[in-house]
Ligand binder design. Structure first.
Ligand SMILES: Cc1cc2nc3c(=O)[nH]c(=O)nc-3n(C[C@H](O)[C@H](O)[C@H](O)COP(=O)(O)OP(=O)(O)OC[C@H]3O[C@@H](n4cnc5c(N)ncnc54)[C@H](O)[C@@H]3O)c2cc1C
Length: 476
């Protein structure tokens, strides 16, 4: 019997895709940078079927590449070009197993789409705060496997911080059940955290217990122009204090990126009359409905708080202009600008993309230092450092406009190194939230503390001694 026939006898042929057309969407990444091949895409429906598949793979030395929504940006969910791998898609495992209002938690299967979980929480008047622009496609299994960050880390933490427990199928097919939704559990090593951020190299996450919070009932969202990153950092600290740590999002975009967004996405609108070196998108939120109730003049107490903050910051010269969303439609318009920004990388020729973090206090110095290094190599490069400023996380991306420096291609490697040299100076991270995948495996090997790297290799060897789970990802 062929390998696929054996798997069909275990899982059913309806859970196997083997034609090129059927497999195509699973074998290329969102940025169309990584393209791989596979024998087949296997789509199990249950933890038991994942266990059967991994047990079979272990017995037959079969490489498995797990995949969720395939929105990852580092090539982690794409198999290599050999065509020997089996791609394990968790998409059919999309059931919410339970939601407890009292415990403020829910148990969801790995293939649940993030947006569906947000909606399920909302239906119970609760909030699942993990939020990223890929929310309509990415899966909770992928979010946990990449320890996704996103827009609300400032207040609620990364995916890791939102996870109470996991169910994981190990490389040998054993199912490890750590799903209990306990808030406190000090029974030895915290094994679940090994699998969070492991990008499918240590086991396959099949379900997770997730923390839920009070649903925000009042929000204020503002967009402000600022002269420098330093002014943005000062504003963040002020807004945290003024709002009683209710800042949910604090994002930055430089003028050059705003221009690109407005040019490439006709649905977006110029938010401020004049151009400013940077714009900030800020949001505060509270679960107290009274703060969201409009008063006689139509303004809510939450908006008044933001208004007062902006007025004071303007007086102190920290912001140069601002707009405050008066309703949900206006709020969405402001968020549209930020949410399409990552897509600019797909619109320009061969950009340099990065996902770095430094201490919030070092953001301005890093931005200036990295920009200087980049300009010294290519004066005309468009420097588009944008993103989750509140977490010290920037996508410090570089583009060259059509007809710009003809030697851009040759200069590209030096530009990449310039960004990472600056990052090293500030002791930053080469991957703040997207993970390592294949794109940063070599850089991780070159930069990670050697003792930590060796320990990571030993853990991989212990949990996946045959190197069958997502080989070549994270560890080279
Ligand atoms: C427009 C856009 C915006 C984005 N914004 C953000 C952002 O703000 N913050 C952020 O952190 N990321 C962001 N991302 C990146 C991406 O959405 C996240 O990395 C997301 O968590 C990936 O989820 P996924 O289900 O698509 O995973 P996939 O891409 O399918 O897989 C990602 C990795 O996890 C592994 N994996 C997937 N599921 C499992 C499982 N069940 N068990 C074990 N391993 C598994 C894969 O092998 C792979 O290594 C963005 C992406 C896009 C396209």
């Amino acid at each position: 019997m062929s390998a696929l026939d054996q798997i069909a006898s275990l899982l059913g042929s309806e859970n196997i895709l083997a034609s090129d057309t059927d497999m195509q969407p699973y074998l290329i990444d969102w940025r169309t940078v990584y393209q791989g091949k596979a024998q087949a895409v296997i789509t199990p429906r249950s933890t038991e079927q994942v266990s059967q598949l991994l047990s079979w793979a272990n017995a037959h030395d079969q490489v498995i590449v797990p995949q969720g929504g395939n929105t990852g940006l580092v090539g982690g969910g794409i198999p290599d070009k050999s065509g020997a791998s089996l791609l394990l898609s968790l998409r059919k495992m999309n059931q919410i197993r339970g939601l407890s209002v009292e415990n403020r938690s829910m148990v969801a299967e790995a293939g649940c789409v993030l947006e569906d979980l947000q909606k399920a929480a909302e239906a119970a008047d609760l909030y699942f705060p993990l939020n990223l622009a890929a929310r309509g496609s990415c899966s909770i299994g992928g979010n946990l496997s990449t320890n996704a960050g996103g827009l609300n880390v400032l207040r609620y933490g990364n995916a890791r911080d939102l996870c109470l427990g996991l169910e994981v199928v190990l490389a040998n097919g054993q199912v490890m059940n750590l799903l209990s939704a306990l808030r406190k559990d000090n029974t030895g090593y915290d094994l679940k955290n090994l699998f969070i951020g492991a990008e499918g190299t240590l086991g396959v996450i099949t379900a997770a217990s997730l923390k839920l919070f009070s649903l925000p009932k009042a929000r204020a969202t503002a967009l402000a122009g600022v002269r420098s990153v330093a002014d943005g950092v000062a504003l963040l600290s002020r807004l945290q204090a003024k709002s009683g740590d209710q800042v949910e999002a604090f994002e930055i975009l430089p003028a050059v990126l705003l221009d690109a967004v407005l040019e490439h996405f006709p649905q977006t609108q110029k938010p401020l009359a004049e151009a400013h070196p940077f714009i900030l998108l800020m949001e505060i939120a509270s679960s107290d409905p009274a703060l969201g109730e409009a008063e006689a003049d139509g303004a809510t107490p939450m908006n008044r708080l933001m208004e007062a903050f902006l007025a004071e910051a303007f007086e102190d010269g920290l912001i140069t202009d601002a707009t405050l969303a008066a309703n949900e439609t206006q709020r969405q318009k402001l968020w549209d600008i930020r949410e399409v920004a990552p897509d600019i990388s797909n619109k320009v020729q061969n950009p340099v993309n990065s996902d770095i973090s430094v201490r919030v206090a070092d953001l301005d110095a890093f931005y200036q230092d990295a920009s200087q290094r980049v300009r010294a190599i290519c004066e005309t490069t468009r420097i588009c450092g944008f993103g989750h400023m509140g977490d010290g996380n920037l996508h410090f991306n570089l583009y060259e406009k059509p007809g710009g420096d003809p030697a851009w291609e040759q200069k590209r490697p030096a530009l990449v190194e310039a960004v990472y040299e600056s990052l090293a100076k500030f002791n930053g991270s080469i991957s703040a939230e997207h993970g390592i995948g294949v794109s940063k495996a070599a850089r991780l090997a070159a930069t990670k503390d050697p003792v930590a790297l060796h320990l990571m290799q030993q853990i991989k060897q212990l949990l996946d001694p045959k190197n069958l789970l997502n080989p070549g990802k994270i560890l080279k």
